[in-house]
Ligand binder design. Structure first.
Ligand code: FO1
Length: 307
């Protein structure tokens, strides 16, 4: 079994490649739920949905979220009532949130509903929410105000400077069922190329998960989401800078060294391999920019072959 710690887009791309490198039934992804939010009374789990939709071949590839060939009639209808339409929910995507919310209201756990949804999309991979309890990431801005992750990421287009990322909610929940076992029993654990601060960070803040990784550090491999000092998508570089880690592979290594022995970096950063090793991680230099499924598949094979 291979267990992956996953956020949204970067993790989804990597997992697409991994699905072609090993049997999907042998893969478990522990997915960040810190991005989850409730809007219009609906429970939305963006990273779980991005991974599900991507592996199902249904993702909107331009945005990296939501469904392809989407319509927006419900959003348009909400405009009439001056409803909350800043967070775009397509008509087909709404079906997922309606189902998830309905099942949760019937007492199903997020883990159970996630299994229903992945099965309905024909996926054999196991997606485990990091916790069944809400663990919303909150953003403390430079002016001291604290807002929800989506209010910052989407509402303010992650343009406002961040003073701190508040993971207290993640620190106060239990890991989801099967999460610690999937980390303990895997031959290899891969930290996907997700945002170290707001995607990997919340997962590691859940009690027990960081320790589970530390205890098997030698067989934990991380793929850097930072290439050439930049994030390929999203605010990882901006956050790493603003929080003082520096947006380089060395900054990623400084965060990951305690629980991962190897950092996979792109050829662009080959000259920084020594800086990564100075942080206590081995390096594996290869092509990590997953421009297409072939690169993602080769990367997945290289990563799991590293051990
Ligand atoms: N990201 C945006 O930038 N704008 C949106 O309107 C938006 C809507 C949305 C709806 C469902 C969903 O699952 C994700 C959505 N995202 C949107 C992405 C979301 O903010 C994710 O949390 C980020 O991609 C980070 O993982």
């Amino acid at each position: 079994v291979i267990t992956c710690v996953a956020g949204g887009v970067g993790a989804a791309r990597f997992l697409e490649g991994l699905m072609r490198a090993v049997p999907p039934s042998e893969v478990t992804a522990v997915v960040n739920t810190g991005d989850d939010t409730v809007l219009h009374g609906l429970h939305i789990s963006p990273d779980l949905d991005t991974v599900t939709y991507t592996l199902a071949g249904a993702i909107n590839r331009e945005t990296g979220w939501g469904l392809t060939s989407e319509t927006w009639e419900a959003m348009s209808a909400l405009e009439r009532y001056r409803g909350e339409t800043w967070f775009r929910l397509g008509d087909r995507d709404l079906g997922t949130h309606l189902h998830r919310t309905h099942r949760l209201s019937q007492g199903a756990t997020l883990t159970e509903v996630t299994a229903e949804i992945t099965r309905a999309w024909g996926l054999e991979v196991t997606l485990l929410p990091m916790s069944d309890a809400p663990a919303p990431t909150r953003i403390r801005k430079a002016d001291g105000s604290v807002i929800g992750f989506q209010e910052w990421f989407v509402g303010e287009a992650h343009a406002t400077a961040v003073a701190a990322v508040d993971l207290d909610a993640a620190r106060s929940v239990d890991p989801g069922p099967g999460v610690l076992a999937s980390i303990g029993e895997a031959e290899v654990v891969v930290i996907c190329p997700s945002n170290p601060v707001v995607s990997v960070g919340p997962v590691l803040a859940v009690p027990g998960i960081r320790a589970a990784l530390e205890s098997r550090r030698e067989s934990v491999v991380a793929v850097s989401p930072i290439v050439g000092g930049r994030a390929l998508k999203g605010p990882a570089d901006q956050l790493m800078e603003q929080l003082g880690h520096g947006s380089s592979v060395a900054g990623v290594a400084r965060l990951y060294a305690p629980f991962a022995a190897t950092l996979v970096i792109d050829e662009t950063d080959a000259s920084l391999a020594a800086a990564v090793e100075a942080e206590g991680m081995k390096t594996l230099v290869t092509a990590t920019v997953m421009a297409d499924i072939e690169v993602a598949t080769t990367l997945a094979r290289t990563v799991i072959g590293a051990l």
